[in-house]
Every structure is written in C-alpha cells, then in structure tokens.
Design a protein around this ligand. Structure first.
Ligand SMILES: *Cc1c(COP(=O)(O)O)cnc(C)c1O
Length: 426
C-alpha cells in the first residue's frame, strides 16, 4: 500500500503547492488536491472538476420493465424490445443505452449500434459474436486484446504495425493457406496504435480484406467519430472505447460497437442478450449521451495542447524521438493527413538509450499535473511507460513514455515539465 512509501503521501503537499501557482482553469480541473489513497485512486469522487458541466442527471437503472397486459409483454419478449424503447427487461439496452446507440449510429452513418460496459467488452462481444478461429491483428494492437485472444484460444496472426498493402497481403496469403473458410478468419485494424502510433495503409488493407471476403473490424478509439469514419472506408464493424474521448472525464466506462449491416448487428445484439454483457449503468449512458456532443471541441483542445508539449519535448537533450504521426518527420505523416487530418492528446517520448531508467522515472515522479495512470481521453493529463508486446515490428531503443494532454492550461503543464526536467538533469 501507498502508506509504506512516505514520498507518496508527501507528494500530495508538493502538488498542492504547485497547483496554488496554476491558472484558475487548471485549478478547477485538479481541485481539490486529494491523496489517491483517500479516494481509492478515483479522480471523480463526486463528479469532481469540470465533469458536471455537461450532465449530472439522475438515472432510471431499474431492472423490471412493466407491461399493462400479458400480450404486450409477449410481443416485447419475442423481439427483445419494450414499446417504450429499451429491452423487455431493463438490464441490457436500457432506453438510455438506446439513445446513446442512436446518436453514435448517426455519427458513423451505420445501421445500428450496441453499448457494452467497457471498450474491451465491446471488442470481446464482437469477436464472440463471430467466433473466428484466427484474427489478423496489427503488431501494435491494444494490449488487453491479446489477453482476450489467448483466453479464447483464437490464433493471432500479426501484420506489421505500419503495414503497406503488400506487407498485409503476404501475411493474409499465409493465413489463408491455414484457414480456408472465410468465417474462420477476421481482419482486425487499430490505427494509429495507442502507444507508438504507427498507421498502416488502411484503404489498401480494407480493399484486400474485401476481395478475400473477410469481415473487417476496426478499433477507432484513437480517432473517435470526429477524426475518422471507418464505415465510410468500407470497414464492416467499428468498436470504440467511449471510456476515452467521448466521455472525456474518466467517468463513462463503456464501449460501442457500430455495424453497417443488419445481420452483423443482429449477431452482436444476440451475443449481448445471450450473455447479459450489455448492462451499462444508465448514469453512464446519460453522461455519454451529452458529452458526445462536445467530443470535437475537447479533442481540438487536447490536440492543441499536445502539439505544444511535443514542441517542448523536441527541445530537450534527453529525448531522442517523439512518436506522433502529426510530425512531418514521422514515416506515417502522409497517412495521418490523408485519414485523420488532426491529432488528439496522445504522443510518446523516447528517452536517450544511455539514460538510466531510474533518471527517467525521477522525471515521471517529479511531475505534479501529469498523473501516473492507465487510459486517456479525460480532463487530466496522464503519463505511463509504453510496454509493448511486439513480434514483427521493432520498437525504438530507449525508455518510452506515453503522454495524454488533458484540458489544463498549457502554460501550467509546461511549467510542470520544466521543473521535472530540472530534477532529471540534477
Ligand atoms: C482503452 C482502449 C480500449 C478499451 O477500453 P476500456 O473501456 O478501457 O476497456 C480499447 N482499445 C483502445 C485502443 C483503447 O485505448
């Protein structure tokens, strides 16, 4: 526990002192300064900070749905839909969930959507609905996806993180010699990867998969509906961790699956109904429903701040590279411009390989506004080491830290980086 580490409780005071000198905007996001021990590490104990700005409405969250007559119930039970919206039993697909799904479907111009209790469960539900024997995945795929595939004994076939169409084709050819039935293979795309941000030739891969009559699924969490519309590019099914940018304040654990074809949506909905895995708190749905509307506005601010932080990192003698397709020097810059156009709040910094890990970690622990935490897309700035599991795409040498630029005042973030750099260089 934290109380074994005196530095951890002292850090609370350091943060308080640092925050006292920040702009009102940054203070509003981080106030009150809390000891993570006291709130179990949760940054929104009561809709803290800015989270209430978009919605703190109550919820239904009731399991039994009432019917006036047996016949009304029978009809609803048959199709899994109540006449009031939502399911015939209020656990999966509540009316609040339906509302979110309608909105996200419209934003992606899909046929329909379902909502799941996490981004990972959106991925799991999709794969379970089609139960392929093997999945082609990019080498930089979201880590927990690998755990899921192992658990289900689904064979992973990796293609390079920034694959060209030719590189993807040769991996697919090999896969097809092992798995001859179309239903046995699924093509999975995630771009840019969320730790190192490579971008493969999306249109090339989609065309090859379509020619081979393989189902395509894309994890669009990095981009959200604002930066990329996979269905428009021919993807069959989109998954998005709405835990991240759509919710935006770290208090909407959820994921959506959007399908272009009625049969695919039906399979996914049947999977949810069979497993009961579609239960998402109506409070979460309500928050999400309103926050989705401000995704673009927030994304733009995350992106602007990230660009300024990248500018700072590029000037530091202890950094050898910045991983971000927004940079003209990135090998993925052309694809970035073609597909996404604008950034989000993420980037990674590669530290000089001769720098001892301890020095880099001194830098991390000296930060006040960047919390050490998993996930991203929320109001608070975050930092985490990138631990990648690679098979076919090598990583750059040196300690890699991933940053998420929050909604704080950028000047305060820069001031924080400067004082942490002084600790590293000491
Ligand atoms: C976070 C994330 C997920 C999973 O979302 P959770 O809601 O945390 O389960 C999936 N894909 C990507 C790319 C992510 O970053």
């Amino acid at each position: 526990m934290e109380d074994n580490i005196p530095e951890a409780s002292m850090k609370c005071e350091t943060r308080r002192a640092f925050l006292a000198l920040c702009s009102p905007k940054t203070r509003l996001l981080h106030d009150p300064v809390f000891n993570p021990d006291m709130v179990c590490g949760h940054p929104n104990p009561a809709g803290l900070g800015d989270a209430g700005r978009f919605s703190q409405m109550g919820s239904w969250g009731q399991s039994s749905v009432l019917f006036p007559l047996l016949e009304t119930y029978r009809t609803a039970d048959k199709c899994g839909k109540a006449p009031y919206g939502g399911a015939e039993y209020g656990i999966p697909q509540t009316p609040e969930a339906d509302a979110v799904c309608r909105k996200i479907t419209a934003l992606h111009q899909g046929y329909g959507a379902v909502i799941c209790p996490s981004g990972l469960s959106a991925i799991a539900t999709t794969l379970d609905a089609f139960s392929p024997k093997a999945v082609l995945i990019p080498d930089n795929v979201y880590g927990p996806m690998l755990r899921f595939l192992n658990r289900r004994r689904i064979k992973q076939i990796r293609y390079p993180a920034g694959a060209s169409a030719d590189e993807f084709r040769s991996v697919l050819l090999k896969a097809r010699s092992l798995y001859t039935q179309c239903a046995d293979l699924l093509v999975y795309i995630e771009a840019p990867g969320s730790g190192t941000f490579e971008i493969p030739d999306l249109d090339g891969i989609i065309a090859i998969a379509q020619n081979a009559r393989l189902r395509t699924v894309m994890d669009n969490t990095w981009a959200s509906h604002v930066r990329f519309q996979p269905l428009e590019h021919g993807i069959d099914i989109v998954v998005q961790a709405t835990t991240k940018y759509e919710g935006g304040y770290g208090d909407t654990p959820s994921g959506v699956v959007i399908a272009r074809r009625p049969q695919d949506l039906q399979s996914i909905a049947d999977e949810l109904r069979a497993t009961g895995n579609g239960a998402v708190a109506p409070t979460t749905c309500l928050r999400l429903y309103h926050r989705i509307d401000s995704t673009e506005e927030r994304l733009n601010q995350h992106a602007d701040t990230a660009q300024r932080l990248i500018g700072w990192f590029l000037k530091q003698p202890f950094v050898t590279d910045i991983l971000s397709p927004t940079l003209e020097t990135s090998p993925y810059h052309e694809r970035f411009q073609r597909y996404f156009g604008k950034a989000n709040g993420l980037f990674s910094a590669v530290f000089r390989p001769d720098l001892p890990a301890k020095r880099v970690e001194t830098f991390v622990d000296a930060l006040n506004l960047f919390w050490v935490a998993e996930s991203w897309g929320g109001h608070l700035s975050l930092v985490l080491p990138v631990h990648a599991n690679r098979e076919v795409t090598p990583l750059p040498d040196g300690y890699i830290l991933r940053f998420h630029a929050g909604l704080e005042d950028c000047q305060d973030l820069l001031r924080d980086l400067n004082q942490a750099a002084a600790c590293l260089l000491k």
